[in-house]
Ligand binder design. Structure first.
Ligand code: PNW
Length: 472
Protein backbone atom coordinates (compact mmCIF):
# COMPACT_ATOMS: atom_id res chain seq x y z
CA UNK A 1 0.00 0.00 0.00
CA UNK A 2 1.40 3.42 -0.90
CA UNK A 3 1.50 6.03 1.87
CA UNK A 4 -1.71 8.07 2.04
CA UNK A 5 -1.29 11.59 0.65
CA UNK A 6 -2.95 13.98 3.08
CA UNK A 7 -3.28 17.77 3.11
CA UNK A 8 -3.51 20.34 5.90
CA UNK A 9 -7.12 20.92 7.08
CA UNK A 10 -7.20 24.54 5.84
CA UNK A 11 -5.99 23.60 2.34
CA UNK A 12 -8.40 24.97 -0.28
CA UNK A 13 -9.84 22.52 -2.79
CA UNK A 14 -10.87 24.69 -5.68
CA UNK A 15 -11.72 24.79 -9.35
CA UNK A 16 -11.15 27.64 -11.79
CA UNK A 17 -12.85 29.17 -14.83
CA UNK A 18 -12.75 32.48 -16.69
CA UNK A 19 -15.49 34.80 -17.89
CA UNK A 20 -15.14 34.55 -21.65
CA UNK A 21 -14.67 30.79 -21.56
CA UNK A 22 -17.94 30.05 -19.75
CA UNK A 23 -20.38 32.96 -19.49
CA UNK A 24 -21.91 33.50 -22.92
CA UNK A 25 -24.59 36.25 -22.83
CA UNK A 26 -22.17 38.49 -24.66
CA UNK A 27 -24.71 41.16 -25.49
CA UNK A 28 -26.69 41.17 -22.25
CA UNK A 29 -27.04 43.79 -19.55
CA UNK A 30 -24.90 46.34 -21.30
CA UNK A 31 -21.85 44.17 -22.06
CA UNK A 32 -19.90 45.26 -25.14
CA UNK A 33 -17.35 43.27 -27.17
CA UNK A 34 -13.96 42.44 -25.78
CA UNK A 35 -10.93 41.60 -27.90
CA UNK A 36 -11.91 37.93 -27.62
CA UNK A 37 -15.34 38.56 -29.19
CA UNK A 38 -13.67 40.36 -32.07
CA UNK A 39 -10.89 37.79 -32.46
CA UNK A 40 -13.10 34.71 -32.28
CA UNK A 41 -15.45 36.21 -34.89
CA UNK A 42 -12.55 36.89 -37.25
CA UNK A 43 -12.35 34.06 -39.80
CA UNK A 44 -9.42 31.70 -39.30
CA UNK A 45 -8.57 32.69 -35.75
CA UNK A 46 -10.19 29.85 -33.79
CA UNK A 47 -10.79 26.18 -34.59
CA UNK A 48 -13.94 25.92 -36.68
CA UNK A 49 -14.63 29.62 -36.14
CA UNK A 50 -15.88 28.82 -32.64
CA UNK A 51 -16.57 31.67 -30.22
CA UNK A 52 -17.92 32.37 -26.75
CA UNK A 53 -21.32 33.85 -27.70
CA UNK A 54 -23.08 31.15 -25.72
CA UNK A 55 -20.13 29.24 -24.29
CA UNK A 56 -21.62 27.07 -21.53
CA UNK A 57 -24.26 29.70 -20.69
CA UNK A 58 -22.96 30.13 -17.17
CA UNK A 59 -24.36 33.68 -17.06
CA UNK A 60 -27.84 32.13 -16.90
CA UNK A 61 -26.95 28.87 -15.17
CA UNK A 62 -24.68 30.14 -12.41
CA UNK A 63 -27.04 28.99 -9.64
CA UNK A 64 -27.01 25.41 -10.90
CA UNK A 65 -23.27 25.59 -11.41
CA UNK A 66 -22.69 26.72 -7.83
CA UNK A 67 -25.00 23.96 -6.58
CA UNK A 68 -22.88 21.50 -8.54
CA UNK A 69 -19.68 22.89 -6.99
CA UNK A 70 -21.21 22.40 -3.56
CA UNK A 71 -22.19 18.84 -4.43
CA UNK A 72 -18.59 18.22 -5.44
CA UNK A 73 -17.39 19.48 -2.07
CA UNK A 74 -15.35 22.36 -3.47
CA UNK A 75 -14.23 24.82 -0.82
CA UNK A 76 -13.05 27.51 -3.26
CA UNK A 77 -13.89 28.77 -6.73
CA UNK A 78 -11.76 31.01 -8.93
CA UNK A 79 -13.58 32.99 -11.61
CA UNK A 80 -12.91 36.15 -13.57
CA UNK A 81 -14.87 39.34 -14.14
CA UNK A 82 -15.59 40.47 -17.68
CA UNK A 83 -14.26 44.04 -17.85
CA UNK A 84 -16.65 45.08 -20.63
CA UNK A 85 -19.66 43.97 -18.56
CA UNK A 86 -18.58 46.40 -15.85
CA UNK A 87 -17.17 49.22 -17.99
CA UNK A 88 -18.39 48.76 -21.57
CA UNK A 89 -16.02 51.32 -23.04
CA UNK A 90 -13.18 50.44 -20.69
CA UNK A 91 -13.54 53.80 -18.97
CA UNK A 92 -16.00 55.86 -17.03
CA UNK A 93 -18.84 54.87 -14.74
CA UNK A 94 -19.72 51.27 -14.01
CA UNK A 95 -22.78 49.44 -15.30
CA UNK A 96 -24.63 48.25 -12.20
CA UNK A 97 -26.34 45.34 -13.99
CA UNK A 98 -22.93 43.98 -14.90
CA UNK A 99 -21.66 44.21 -11.34
CA UNK A 100 -24.91 42.72 -10.05
CA UNK A 101 -24.24 39.46 -11.85
CA UNK A 102 -20.99 39.02 -9.94
CA UNK A 103 -22.66 40.06 -6.69
CA UNK A 104 -25.29 37.36 -7.17
CA UNK A 105 -22.64 34.80 -8.10
CA UNK A 106 -20.52 35.61 -5.05
CA UNK A 107 -23.51 35.56 -2.69
CA UNK A 108 -24.50 32.17 -4.06
CA UNK A 109 -20.96 30.87 -3.47
CA UNK A 110 -20.85 32.24 0.07
CA UNK A 111 -24.26 30.75 0.83
CA UNK A 112 -22.78 27.36 -0.08
CA UNK A 113 -19.63 27.88 1.97
CA UNK A 114 -17.41 28.23 -1.11
CA UNK A 115 -14.64 30.85 -0.96
CA UNK A 116 -14.62 33.07 -4.04
CA UNK A 117 -11.29 34.03 -5.64
CA UNK A 118 -11.84 36.84 -8.12
CA UNK A 119 -9.53 37.45 -11.08
CA UNK A 120 -9.92 40.95 -12.52
CA UNK A 121 -8.38 40.28 -15.90
CA UNK A 122 -8.40 36.97 -17.75
CA UNK A 123 -7.57 38.31 -21.24
CA UNK A 124 -10.84 39.99 -22.27
CA UNK A 125 -9.83 43.62 -22.82
CA UNK A 126 -12.73 45.88 -23.83
CA UNK A 127 -12.44 46.30 -27.60
CA UNK A 128 -12.54 50.09 -27.28
CA UNK A 129 -9.30 50.02 -25.31
CA UNK A 130 -7.66 47.87 -27.97
CA UNK A 131 -8.86 50.34 -30.59
CA UNK A 132 -7.05 53.01 -28.58
CA UNK A 133 -3.84 50.95 -28.75
CA UNK A 134 -4.36 48.13 -26.26
CA UNK A 135 -1.71 46.88 -23.85
CA UNK A 136 1.23 48.42 -25.72
CA UNK A 137 -0.26 51.78 -24.64
CA UNK A 138 0.47 53.08 -21.17
CA UNK A 139 -3.05 54.44 -20.78
CA UNK A 140 -4.45 50.88 -20.70
CA UNK A 141 -2.67 50.33 -17.37
CA UNK A 142 -4.29 53.48 -15.96
CA UNK A 143 -7.67 52.31 -17.20
CA UNK A 144 -7.11 48.96 -15.48
CA UNK A 145 -6.45 50.69 -12.16
CA UNK A 146 -9.77 52.51 -12.46
CA UNK A 147 -11.56 49.27 -13.27
CA UNK A 148 -9.88 47.58 -10.29
CA UNK A 149 -11.11 50.36 -8.02
CA UNK A 150 -14.68 49.98 -9.29
CA UNK A 151 -14.76 46.23 -8.76
CA UNK A 152 -12.91 46.50 -5.43
CA UNK A 153 -15.46 48.99 -4.12
CA UNK A 154 -18.38 46.92 -5.36
CA UNK A 155 -17.29 43.47 -4.19
CA UNK A 156 -14.56 44.04 -1.61
CA UNK A 157 -17.07 43.56 1.19
CA UNK A 158 -17.72 39.94 0.17
CA UNK A 159 -14.72 38.67 -1.81
CA UNK A 160 -11.54 38.18 0.23
CA UNK A 161 -9.20 36.71 -2.38
CA UNK A 162 -8.24 38.93 -5.30
CA UNK A 163 -6.06 38.27 -8.33
CA UNK A 164 -5.11 41.17 -10.57
CA UNK A 165 -4.02 39.47 -13.81
CA UNK A 166 -4.16 35.95 -15.13
CA UNK A 167 -1.04 34.89 -17.02
CA UNK A 168 0.21 38.21 -18.35
CA UNK A 169 2.67 36.20 -20.46
CA UNK A 170 -0.21 34.97 -22.62
CA UNK A 171 -1.73 38.46 -22.91
CA UNK A 172 1.55 40.02 -24.01
CA UNK A 173 3.28 37.37 -26.08
CA UNK A 174 0.46 35.26 -27.51
CA UNK A 175 -1.73 38.35 -27.97
CA UNK A 176 0.79 40.80 -29.47
CA UNK A 177 3.73 38.56 -30.45
CA UNK A 178 2.71 35.27 -32.04
CA UNK A 179 -0.86 36.46 -32.54
CA UNK A 180 -2.54 33.15 -31.65
CA UNK A 181 -4.55 34.93 -28.97
CA UNK A 182 -6.58 38.14 -29.16
CA UNK A 183 -5.99 40.77 -30.39
CA UNK A 184 -3.89 38.72 -32.82
CA UNK A 185 -1.10 41.21 -33.41
CA UNK A 186 2.36 40.02 -34.47
CA UNK A 187 4.78 42.73 -33.40
CA UNK A 188 7.71 41.69 -31.20
CA UNK A 189 8.38 45.22 -29.95
CA UNK A 190 4.72 45.77 -29.10
CA UNK A 191 4.65 42.50 -27.13
CA UNK A 192 7.42 43.69 -24.80
CA UNK A 193 5.71 47.05 -24.42
CA UNK A 194 2.52 45.17 -23.58
CA UNK A 195 4.40 43.17 -20.94
CA UNK A 196 5.60 46.35 -19.24
CA UNK A 197 2.15 47.90 -19.24
CA UNK A 198 0.63 44.70 -17.88
CA UNK A 199 3.18 44.89 -15.06
CA UNK A 200 2.21 48.50 -14.48
CA UNK A 201 -1.48 47.55 -14.53
CA UNK A 202 -0.77 44.93 -11.87
CA UNK A 203 1.00 47.47 -9.65
CA UNK A 204 -1.50 50.29 -10.10
CA UNK A 205 -4.39 47.84 -9.79
CA UNK A 206 -2.98 46.44 -6.56
CA UNK A 207 -2.71 49.95 -5.07
CA UNK A 208 -6.22 50.80 -6.22
CA UNK A 209 -7.59 47.62 -4.63
CA UNK A 210 -5.78 48.33 -1.35
CA UNK A 211 -7.40 51.76 -1.19
CA UNK A 212 -10.85 50.46 -2.16
CA UNK A 213 -11.17 47.38 0.03
CA UNK A 214 -11.09 46.22 3.65
CA UNK A 215 -7.54 45.46 4.81
CA UNK A 216 -8.36 41.79 5.50
CA UNK A 217 -8.61 41.02 1.79
CA UNK A 218 -5.66 39.43 0.02
CA UNK A 219 -4.20 40.43 -3.34
CA UNK A 220 -2.22 38.17 -5.65
CA UNK A 221 -1.35 37.69 -9.32
CA UNK A 222 -1.48 34.45 -11.31
CA UNK A 223 1.62 33.75 -13.39
CA UNK A 224 2.01 30.86 -15.81
CA UNK A 225 5.63 30.71 -14.78
CA UNK A 226 7.42 28.16 -16.88
CA UNK A 227 9.79 25.54 -15.70
CA UNK A 228 12.57 25.90 -18.26
CA UNK A 229 14.96 23.00 -18.74
CA UNK A 230 17.86 22.73 -21.18
CA UNK A 231 18.88 19.72 -23.24
CA UNK A 232 22.43 19.95 -21.85
CA UNK A 233 24.63 21.91 -19.48
CA UNK A 234 26.52 23.29 -22.46
CA UNK A 235 27.02 27.07 -22.01
CA UNK A 236 25.14 27.82 -25.23
CA UNK A 237 22.14 25.78 -24.09
CA UNK A 238 22.24 27.34 -20.63
CA UNK A 239 22.27 30.79 -22.22
CA UNK A 240 19.25 29.82 -24.33
CA UNK A 241 17.51 28.63 -21.17
CA UNK A 242 18.28 31.93 -19.45
CA UNK A 243 16.74 33.92 -22.30
CA UNK A 244 13.55 31.91 -22.22
CA UNK A 245 13.40 32.04 -18.44
CA UNK A 246 13.71 35.84 -18.56
CA UNK A 247 10.95 36.15 -21.16
CA UNK A 248 8.63 33.63 -19.51
CA UNK A 249 9.20 34.44 -15.86
CA UNK A 250 11.68 37.17 -14.95
CA UNK A 251 9.97 39.79 -17.09
CA UNK A 252 7.00 39.53 -14.71
CA UNK A 253 8.25 38.26 -11.37
CA UNK A 254 11.32 40.50 -11.50
CA UNK A 255 9.40 43.79 -11.32
CA UNK A 256 6.44 42.40 -9.37
CA UNK A 257 8.37 40.62 -6.63
CA UNK A 258 11.69 42.48 -6.58
CA UNK A 259 11.20 45.78 -8.40
CA UNK A 260 13.71 45.03 -11.18
CA UNK A 261 13.84 43.70 -14.72
CA UNK A 262 16.60 41.12 -15.27
CA UNK A 263 19.68 42.76 -16.81
CA UNK A 264 19.99 39.76 -19.12
CA UNK A 265 16.49 40.54 -20.46
CA UNK A 266 17.50 44.07 -21.47
CA UNK A 267 20.61 42.72 -23.22
CA UNK A 268 18.81 39.91 -25.04
CA UNK A 269 16.01 42.16 -26.34
CA UNK A 270 18.09 45.23 -27.23
CA UNK A 271 17.65 44.65 -30.96
CA UNK A 272 13.86 44.54 -30.51
CA UNK A 273 13.18 47.42 -28.14
CA UNK A 274 15.01 50.15 -26.23
CA UNK A 275 12.64 49.90 -23.23
CA UNK A 276 12.31 53.70 -23.28
CA UNK A 277 8.67 53.36 -22.19
CA UNK A 278 9.82 52.23 -18.74
CA UNK A 279 9.47 55.56 -16.97
CA UNK A 280 11.24 56.62 -13.80
CA UNK A 281 9.26 55.34 -10.84
CA UNK A 282 7.47 52.58 -12.78
CA UNK A 283 9.36 49.80 -11.06
CA UNK A 284 8.33 51.11 -7.64
CA UNK A 285 4.73 51.34 -8.82
CA UNK A 286 4.86 47.73 -10.03
CA UNK A 287 6.63 46.44 -6.93
CA UNK A 288 3.68 46.42 -4.52
CA UNK A 289 3.55 44.16 -1.49
CA UNK A 290 1.50 41.06 -2.28
CA UNK A 291 -0.35 38.70 0.05
CA UNK A 292 0.04 35.61 -2.09
CA UNK A 293 1.26 34.39 -5.46
CA UNK A 294 -0.77 32.25 -7.85
CA UNK A 295 1.07 29.74 -10.03
CA UNK A 296 -0.52 28.13 -13.07
CA UNK A 297 1.26 25.01 -14.25
CA UNK A 298 0.67 22.60 -17.13
CA UNK A 299 3.98 21.34 -18.55
CA UNK A 300 7.70 22.16 -18.50
CA UNK A 301 9.67 23.61 -21.42
CA UNK A 302 12.81 21.99 -22.84
CA UNK A 303 15.10 24.23 -24.86
CA UNK A 304 18.47 24.36 -26.56
CA UNK A 305 20.55 26.87 -28.46
CA UNK A 306 19.93 26.96 -32.19
CA UNK A 307 21.48 24.00 -33.95
CA UNK A 308 22.88 22.30 -30.86
CA UNK A 309 20.41 19.41 -30.96
CA UNK A 310 18.21 17.65 -33.51
CA UNK A 311 16.02 20.16 -35.29
CA UNK A 312 12.32 19.63 -35.62
CA UNK A 313 9.07 21.50 -35.45
CA UNK A 314 8.69 23.98 -32.63
CA UNK A 315 7.33 22.01 -29.73
CA UNK A 316 6.57 24.75 -27.24
CA UNK A 317 2.86 24.01 -27.27
CA UNK A 318 1.89 27.58 -28.01
CA UNK A 319 -0.08 26.92 -31.13
CA UNK A 320 0.83 27.25 -34.76
CA UNK A 321 2.06 30.65 -35.85
CA UNK A 322 4.95 31.67 -38.04
CA UNK A 323 5.59 34.44 -35.50
CA UNK A 324 7.46 33.67 -32.32
CA UNK A 325 6.15 34.59 -28.87
CA UNK A 326 9.80 34.93 -27.73
CA UNK A 327 11.09 38.37 -28.81
CA UNK A 328 14.85 38.36 -29.25
CA UNK A 329 14.98 34.61 -28.69
CA UNK A 330 13.37 33.45 -31.93
CA UNK A 331 16.33 31.17 -32.58
CA UNK A 332 16.01 29.18 -29.34
CA UNK A 333 14.77 25.68 -30.08
CA UNK A 334 11.94 24.05 -28.18
CA UNK A 335 11.90 20.27 -27.85
CA UNK A 336 9.22 17.80 -26.99
CA UNK A 337 9.86 16.63 -23.44
CA UNK A 338 9.71 12.84 -23.10
CA UNK A 339 6.69 11.13 -21.60
CA UNK A 340 2.96 10.77 -22.05
CA UNK A 341 1.02 13.75 -23.29
CA UNK A 342 -2.44 15.16 -22.87
CA UNK A 343 -4.79 16.09 -25.71
CA UNK A 344 -3.03 19.50 -25.92
CA UNK A 345 0.22 17.68 -26.72
CA UNK A 346 1.58 18.86 -23.36
CA UNK A 347 3.85 16.35 -21.62
CA UNK A 348 2.66 15.18 -18.22
CA UNK A 349 5.39 16.00 -15.70
CA UNK A 350 4.40 16.50 -12.06
CA UNK A 351 8.07 16.94 -11.08
CA UNK A 352 7.91 20.27 -12.89
CA UNK A 353 5.19 21.47 -10.53
CA UNK A 354 7.29 20.56 -7.50
CA UNK A 355 10.26 22.36 -9.06
CA UNK A 356 8.16 25.46 -9.79
CA UNK A 357 6.80 25.66 -6.26
CA UNK A 358 10.25 25.25 -4.72
CA UNK A 359 11.69 27.91 -7.01
CA UNK A 360 9.10 30.49 -5.98
CA UNK A 361 9.47 29.47 -2.37
CA UNK A 362 13.08 30.61 -2.56
CA UNK A 363 12.41 33.62 -4.82
CA UNK A 364 9.70 34.97 -2.51
CA UNK A 365 10.34 33.60 0.97
CA UNK A 366 7.31 33.73 3.21
CA UNK A 367 4.83 34.51 0.43
CA UNK A 368 1.89 32.08 0.52
CA UNK A 369 1.41 30.22 -2.77
CA UNK A 370 -1.67 28.93 -4.51
CA UNK A 371 -1.79 26.70 -7.54
CA UNK A 372 -4.38 28.79 -9.36
CA UNK A 373 -4.56 26.45 -12.37
CA UNK A 374 -3.51 22.90 -13.16
CA UNK A 375 -5.28 20.31 -15.22
CA UNK A 376 -5.45 18.35 -18.44
CA UNK A 377 -7.46 18.10 -21.63
CA UNK A 378 -8.66 14.68 -22.73
CA UNK A 379 -10.99 13.47 -25.42
CA UNK A 380 -13.79 12.62 -22.99
CA UNK A 381 -16.97 10.94 -24.22
CA UNK A 382 -19.99 9.68 -22.34
CA UNK A 383 -20.52 5.91 -22.17
CA UNK A 384 -23.82 4.52 -23.43
CA UNK A 385 -25.04 4.77 -19.83
CA UNK A 386 -24.30 8.49 -19.88
CA UNK A 387 -21.39 8.33 -17.46
CA UNK A 388 -18.05 9.89 -18.32
CA UNK A 389 -14.94 7.98 -17.28
CA UNK A 390 -11.67 9.86 -17.38
CA UNK A 391 -9.05 7.76 -15.58
CA UNK A 392 -6.25 9.70 -17.32
CA UNK A 393 -7.38 12.91 -15.65
CA UNK A 394 -7.56 11.18 -12.27
CA UNK A 395 -3.98 10.00 -12.74
CA UNK A 396 -2.94 13.50 -13.80
CA UNK A 397 -4.56 15.10 -10.75
CA UNK A 398 -3.17 12.46 -8.41
CA UNK A 399 0.34 13.00 -9.76
CA UNK A 400 0.21 16.78 -9.55
CA UNK A 401 -1.50 16.98 -6.17
CA UNK A 402 1.12 14.55 -4.84
CA UNK A 403 3.80 16.91 -6.16
CA UNK A 404 2.11 19.79 -4.31
CA UNK A 405 2.10 17.68 -1.15
CA UNK A 406 5.82 16.89 -1.56
CA UNK A 407 6.53 20.60 -1.90
CA UNK A 408 4.62 21.31 1.33
CA UNK A 409 6.69 18.62 3.05
CA UNK A 410 9.79 20.32 1.65
CA UNK A 411 8.79 23.59 3.32
CA UNK A 412 6.64 25.36 0.71
CA UNK A 413 3.61 27.31 1.95
CA UNK A 414 1.00 26.15 -0.58
CA UNK A 415 -2.45 27.08 0.67
CA UNK A 416 -4.69 25.70 -2.04
CA UNK A 417 -5.20 24.18 -5.47
CA UNK A 418 -7.61 25.20 -8.23
CA UNK A 419 -8.25 22.53 -10.79
CA UNK A 420 -8.49 23.84 -14.36
CA UNK A 421 -11.28 23.63 -15.08
CA UNK A 422 -14.55 23.21 -13.25
CA UNK A 423 -16.25 22.28 -16.51
CA UNK A 424 -15.51 21.89 -20.21
CA UNK A 425 -15.43 25.28 -21.90
CA UNK A 426 -14.18 27.48 -24.73
CA UNK A 427 -10.47 26.68 -24.96
CA UNK A 428 -9.49 29.89 -26.75
CA UNK A 429 -8.06 29.33 -30.24
CA UNK A 430 -8.77 25.59 -29.92
CA UNK A 431 -12.49 26.23 -29.54
CA UNK A 432 -14.61 23.61 -27.79
CA UNK A 433 -12.54 20.66 -29.01
CA UNK A 434 -10.28 20.55 -25.95
CA UNK A 435 -12.06 19.44 -22.79
CA UNK A 436 -10.36 20.46 -19.54
CA UNK A 437 -13.39 20.06 -17.30
CA UNK A 438 -13.92 17.85 -14.27
CA UNK A 439 -17.53 18.25 -15.34
CA UNK A 440 -18.54 17.19 -18.84
CA UNK A 441 -20.64 19.58 -20.91
CA UNK A 442 -22.84 18.28 -23.71
CA UNK A 443 -22.58 21.12 -26.22
CA UNK A 444 -25.96 20.41 -27.81
CA UNK A 445 -27.97 20.51 -24.57
CA UNK A 446 -25.44 22.25 -22.30
CA UNK A 447 -26.22 19.56 -19.70
CA UNK A 448 -23.49 19.12 -17.08
CA UNK A 449 -22.30 15.65 -15.99
CA UNK A 450 -19.52 15.24 -13.44
CA UNK A 451 -16.79 12.98 -14.87
CA UNK A 452 -15.29 10.27 -12.67
CA UNK A 453 -12.42 12.69 -11.95
CA UNK A 454 -14.93 15.10 -10.41
CA UNK A 455 -16.09 12.38 -8.02
CA UNK A 456 -12.48 11.51 -7.26
CA UNK A 457 -11.66 15.17 -6.57
CA UNK A 458 -14.80 15.56 -4.45
CA UNK A 459 -13.62 12.73 -2.22
CA UNK A 460 -10.20 14.35 -1.89
CA UNK A 461 -11.86 17.66 -0.97
CA UNK A 462 -14.10 15.99 1.61
CA UNK A 463 -11.42 13.90 3.28
CA UNK A 464 -8.29 15.98 2.72
CA UNK A 465 -6.62 12.84 1.41
CA UNK A 466 -6.08 11.70 -2.17
CA UNK A 467 -8.14 8.61 -3.02
CA UNK A 468 -6.24 5.80 -4.72
CA UNK A 469 -6.01 6.00 -8.50
CA UNK A 470 -8.52 3.58 -10.01
CA UNK A 471 -9.15 2.59 -13.57
CA UNK A 472 -12.76 3.83 -13.35
C1 PNW B 1 -4.30 28.87 -19.45
N1 PNW B 1 0.74 28.44 -23.43
O1 PNW B 1 -4.00 29.12 -20.77
C2 PNW B 1 -5.45 29.80 -19.17
O2 PNW B 1 -5.33 30.57 -18.00
C3 PNW B 1 -6.78 29.16 -19.29
O3 PNW B 1 -7.74 30.14 -19.61
C4 PNW B 1 -6.71 28.04 -20.30
O4 PNW B 1 -7.97 27.51 -20.61
C5 PNW B 1 -5.79 26.98 -19.70
O5 PNW B 1 -4.54 27.51 -19.35
C6 PNW B 1 -5.57 25.78 -20.60
O6 PNW B 1 -4.93 26.13 -21.78
C7 PNW B 1 -2.80 28.89 -21.37
O7 PNW B 1 0.69 28.48 -24.67
C8 PNW B 1 -2.78 28.98 -22.75
O8 PNW B 1 1.78 28.28 -22.78
C9 PNW B 1 -1.62 28.83 -23.43
C10 PNW B 1 -0.45 28.59 -22.72
C11 PNW B 1 -0.45 28.50 -21.34
C12 PNW B 1 -1.65 28.64 -20.67
Amino acid sequence: MPEPVTFPPAFLWGAATSAYQIEGAVREDGRTPSIWDTFSHTPGKTAGGEHGDIAVDHYHRYRDDVALMAELGLTAYRFSVSWSRVQPTGRGPAVQRGLDFYRRLVDELLAHGIKPALTLYHWDLPQELEDAGGWPERDTALRFAEYAQIVGEALGDRVEQWITLNEPWCSAFLGYGSGVHAPGRTDAAASLKAAHHLNLAHGLGTSALRAAMPARNTIAVSLNSSVVRTVSQDPADLAAGQRIDDLANGVFHGPMLHGVYPETLFEATSSVTDWSYVQGGDLQLIHQPLDALGLNYYTPALVSAAGSAPTGPRADGHGASPYSPWPGAEDVMFHQTPGERTEMGWTIDPTGLHELIMRYTSLAPGLPLYITENGAAYDDKPDPDGRVHDPERIAYLHGHLSAVRRAITDGADVRGYYLWSLMDNFEWSYGYGKRFGAVYVDYSTLARTPKSSAHWYAQAARTGELPAVTTE
